[in-house]
Design a protein around this ligand. Structure first.
Ligand code: UD1
Ligand code: CA
Length: 448
């Protein structure tokens, strides 16, 4: 079955009280928008169209950063949810197949629920996702009869009897593409808000003699982000769910309440994560790896048997092969560390490749930036980099090469060579005690 997604993300999000469009606020380390896209993408849609409006440029960019094949269309002005869906018609009306309408500000809808909606399409021309919140508040209400959805009434337009209905509209809709666009084109704006309501397609479909059904899901899946308080609550819920999932999957979390996950964090079985570890986006940790406390990881891969931290920072492009050891106060960015590399203390490796079983001494720095451009450092296998070596890139060190501690390496080092690049030591006999005696005499002569 061919499915396309229409993701509504044009709204202003006034109640966020923010310059940033609401769907771009971070949740689980990524824009709120990415969550709905992630659930939708697991249906393997043939096309995804995001309807943008407020902050259109930035929202489009965030959508493409999730998946560069995503198409966007600008809705300006924003005249309501039906009007928003209609903006996608020029892009999608020839596509056919199934259409699924999602909200960009509703992050927790699951792939399973969306799948149930597509299955329900076998019996109904239009399927709406409903839920029964503890507090129905100002949600639109679903007026049903048996398995039929008769209409959706917006809170503003609802009678007291309708407001007493507990079954509410999530906003998620599934329909055949042609049907959806035909119905949406018929929607008017004669209502309390003067908006084109997507919800009106229910009655319009029934007027055509079509069957309209509904599927329900837990309230937790339909939580929308409208305020900063809701965003904070959503973050807490997201983290709670991810911690439980990691434990369930056989990951040890020393102090789960302080482990922070991103939407796409992947951690293998029997990995151990110490306290206060923060996963930014794009991290994969293989089985059996150990991350000690207080590490900050982003865009990196940690292989089986590797150990990291405490207090390590792995930035995008850090690739740790099997049995690599990265110790405390080490920062790694855009660098590949082959099997068994050890980099124990106080080091920065950026734009580098380090060959297998090489040992990087404490205080080593790849000087990768000349103020204008970045340059690469390449180190062979079984090399030994002495403590406090400055590797001024671009520079290459061969297999089994060594550097003397405190060296500033500006030229390539051949395989098996020892590079010494520092002033030669000069011992002055007795000078230490003579200097100390002189300093004590100066101090004693000072007025009290
Ligand atoms: C909508 C539903 C309501 C439902 C509720 C669930 C309608 C008419 N009402 O109300 O039944 O209970 O969601 O949260 O559909 N958007 C656009 N362009 C627009 C207007 C909205 O892209 O012109 C987007 C928003 O960015 C948002 C989504 O559509 O992602 C929902 O819009 P919103 O204004 O929040 O709808 P509600 O009034 O909450
Ligand atoms: Ca809303």
């Amino acid at each position: 079955m061919q499915v396309s997604l229409i993701v509504l993300a044009a709204g202003k999000g006034t109640r966020m009280n923010s310059e940033l469009p609401k769907v771009l606020h971070p949740l689980g380390g990524v824009p709120v928008l990415h969550h709905a896209l992630s659930a939708g993408r697991s249906l393997q849609p043939s096309r995804i169209v995001v309807v943008t409006g407020h902050g259109a440029e930035a929202v489009a960019e965030a959508a493409r950063s999730f998946d560069e094949t995503i198409e966007t269309v600008v809705q300006d002005p924003q005249l309501g949810t039906a009007h928003a869906v209609a903006q996608a018609a020029p892009l999608l009306s020839d596509t056919g197949g199934e259409a699924l309408v999602l909200y960009g500000d509703t992050p927790f809808v699951t792939a399973e629920t969306l799948q149930l909606m597509l299955e329900a399409r076998a019996n109904h021309a239009v399927v709406v996702l409903g839920f029964e919140p503890r507090d129905p508040g100002r949600y639109g209400r679903l007026v049903t009869q048996g398995d039929q959805l008769l209409r959706i009434v917006e809170y503003k337009d609802a009678s007291d009897a309708e407001r007493a209905i507990r079954l509410c509209n999530s906003g998620v809709v599934a329909a055949g593409m042609a049907t959806l666009f035909r119905l949406v084109a018929k929607v008017g704006n004669a209502n309390a808000a003067g908006e084109y309501y997507l919800t009106d397609i229910v009655e319009l479909a029934r007027a055509e003699g079509l069957s309209v059904g509904f599927v329900t899901c837990p309230e937790a899946e339909t939580l929308g982000i409208n305020t900063r308080a809701q965003l904070a609550d959503a973050e807490a819920r997201f983290q709670t769910a991810r911690r439980a999932e990691a434990l369930e999957n056989g990951v040890t979390l020393t102090d789960p309440a302080t482990t922070w996950f991103a939407l796409d964090t992947v951690i293998g079985r029997d990995a151990t994560i110490g306290p206060s570890v923060i996963f930014g986006p794009g991290v994969t940790v293989e089985s059996g790896a150990r991350i000690a406390g207080f590490c900050h990881l982003e865009g990196c891969h940690i292989s089986r048997g590797a150990t990291v931290g405490p207090f390590a920072r792995l930035r995008p492009g850090a690739e740790l092969a099997e049995d690599v050891h990265v110790g405390n106060f080490v920062e790694i960015k855009n660098a590949i560390l082959d099997e068994g590399v050890k980099v124990g203390h106080l080091t920065y490796l950026g734009d580098a490749h380090v060959g297998a079983h090489t040992n990087i001494g404490a205080g080593t720095v790849t000087c990768n930036y000349d103020g204008v451009m970045k340059h690469r450092t390449t180190i062979g296998r079984n090399a030994f980099i002495g403590s406090d070596t400055m590797l001024v890139a671009p520079v290459t060190l061969g297999d089994h090469a060594m550097t003397a501690s405190g060296s500033v390496i500006t030229q390539d080092v051949p395989a098996e060579a020892l590079a010494i690049a520092r002033a030669r030591q000069d011992n002055k006999p007795g000078l230490a005690t003579r200097i100390m005696a002189r300093l004590r005499a100066v101090k004693a002569a000072r007025p009290k």
